[in-house]
Design a protein around this ligand. Structure first.
Ligand code: T4K
Length: 376
């Protein structure tokens, strides 16, 4: 008989450094008396993350969503932008808030990232860019996306909220496209509580991104554009500096957890994994399975509810599909008939508990629960 967990097991937990490591960082902040506005901790974190991510440029933000908005602004996008419906609402929202129409293209049935063939069919004279998402850490087909963009003179933004530290053929993920956004929300592998960053491939564009996130202010006496307040504070940056040294340890622990899930669930009919990608260093942001109801004998929603009875709280990421939500469902590209793969995937995916503090035994117990639900 499998016992429920005593305490709730969420599908993700923030990486929490020892409190003394955080207070050490904060001591410097207290001494300086600067709590925000490009202080010492901000500058240090920006430099260290740019090195770590191998990014051509980097600008820190108060959150990932505003970093995405900054990319839309810096690249002067307008009209229509082709994006994926299988993402967090932040992705289409960053477009819609700038008066741009997100046009949804269907996704690859295995990696769940934008399907390049579908992108090309939606391009028209109003299209200005492609906004692609590295979903759950699986990377988009960046070569195909960039070839399409080149053919049609489009800009490319990557939403890499889930792809911190990912590489393709040894190349940092931030080196593809015109702009790459990272999220440092508490639930991300690397985090600053709330936070984010934007890597612009063209170094000249970093300057306007930095003005934009500081009200358009260039200097005490010069305002050069309309901007917003998207600055990361010294408190967030301090937390980030304490978290960063722990990231590689967390990533390798998650790698081990992933191998246990795969070993324990690999033979279960009706449980599918997102495939590994060749030549990719994975971020290990989420571990997502697919429940194929016909083979497993239970639906994904039934599996989620059953796990909750054992005090385990997986999440139906990404649910609902952005194209089925109130702000976007009326657009012609949102019709479910045009997005069959995404509408099917959204009924199957389930993010399982995936964070370093889980013990091997915890993971095996969750797998036993999952196996016990099967009714093949
Ligand atoms: N693009 C993509 C593809 C994204 O996934 C996101 C954000 C963005 C853009 C925008 O980036 P940010 O502006 O957020 O930087 C969470 C996060 O709020 C969001 O950042 C993230 N993606 C999204 C995928 O997940 P919720 O509403 O699902 O999170 P919530 O509060 O339900 O937390 C999930 C679980 O994490 C909880 O069950 C328990 C655990 N948790 C959560 C928090 C906040 C903790 O243990 N401690 C915590 O402090 O959105």
């Amino acid at each position: 008989m499998i016992e429920p967990f005593d305490k709730p097991i969420y599908f993700t937990r923030p990486l929490l450094p020892d409190l003394t490591a955080v207070t050490e960082q904060l001591r410097d902040v207290w001494q300086s008396g600067f709590l925000t506005n490009n202080g010492q901790k901000h500058r240090e974190l920006e430099r260290r993350l740019r090195e770590y991510l191998g990014a051509p440029t980097l600008s820190l933000f108060v959150n990932g969503m505003l970093a995405l908005s900054a990319a839309v602004y810096a690249l002067k996008l307008r009209g229509e932008v082709i994006t994926t419906p299988f993402t967090f609402p932040a992705t289409p929202n960053a477009l819609a808030l700038a008066g741009i129409t997100p046009v949804f293209a269907d996704i690859d049935p295995d990696n769940l990232t934008l399907d390049p063939e579908r992108i090309e069919k939606l391009i028209n004279p109003s299209t200005t860019a492609i906004l692609a998402v590295h979903v759950f850490g699986s990377l988009c087909d960046v070569e195909a996306v960039s070839a399409i963009a080149k053919r049609h003179g489009l800009r490319v933004i990557y939403d890499a909220a889930h792809a911190f530290g990912a590489r393709l053929n040894g190349q940092p993920i931030a080196s593809f496209g015109d702009a790459t956004m990272f999220s440092f929300h508490a639930t991300k592998l690397f985090h600053t509580g709330e936070g984010g960053a934007l890597a612009m491939t063209n170094p000249d564009q970093k300057i306007s991104v930095d003005y934009w996130k500081n009200f358009g202010i260039k200097s005490e006496e010069e305002v050069v554009m309309v901007g917003t307040n998207g600055k990361m504070s010294e408190l967030q940056a301090s937390l980030g500096l304490a978290v960063l040294p722990l990231v590689e340890g967390e990533r390798s622990r998650r790698k081990k957890i992933r191998s246990i899930y795969r070993e324990e669930l690999g033979e279960v009919p009706g449980i599918r994994f997102i495939p590994d990608q060749p030549n990719v260093v994975h971020s290990h942001q989420y571990f997502v399975i697919r429940i194929v109801a016909k083979k497993f004998g239970r639906t994904r929603d039934e599996v989620q509810q059953s796990l909750q009875h054992y005090n385990v709280f997986p999440r139906k990421y990404f649910f609902p599909l952005c194209s089925n939500t109130a702000p976007f469902r009326h657009h012609y590209s949102s019709h479910p008939g045009r997005l069959p793969i995404a509408n099917h995937a959204v009924t199957e995916t389930l993010a399982l508990p995936y964070f370093g503090a889980l013990t091997d035994e915890d993971v095996r117990r969750i797998c036993s629960m999952l196996r016990s639900f099967a009714r093949p």
